[in-house]
Design a protein around this ligand. Structure first.
Ligand code: F3S
Length: 94
């Protein structure tokens, strides 16, 4: 599965959700989460994220290790998001 990590927090650009073929993104207050049972590892979302917040769980930087469990837990609690919306922040490199 893929995992949304810390860079998404406070951003929520939502470019990722529009390319996801299985609608596996769920919206928390500060960031999005991927449902591990729904993600098919197509990787379509990875290059779409302006802040590179999405990783395969095997490539997740060690400081964000806890996000694998966080995505699993929060994706159960949150509502699915399938449409782009206004982000919380501007991309950090613009
Ligand atoms: Fe977050 Fe990046 Fe998607 S900032 S909402 S993972 S495009």
């Amino acid at each position: 599965t893929h995992v949304v990590a810390e860079p998404c927090s406070g951003c929520k650009y939502t470019d990722c959700v529009v390319v996801c073929p299985v609608e596996c993104f769920y919206e928390g207050e500060q960031m999005l989460y991927i449902h591990p049972d729904e993600c098919i590892d197509c990787e379509a979302c990875v290059p779409e994220c302006p802040v590179e917040a999405i990783f395969h769980e095997d490539n997740l930087p060690s400081e964000w290790e806890s996000y694998t469990q966080l995505n699993a837990d929060k994706s159960e609690e949150c509502e699915v998001i399938t449409e782009q919306k206004t982000p919380l922040a501007e991309p950090k490199d613009e």
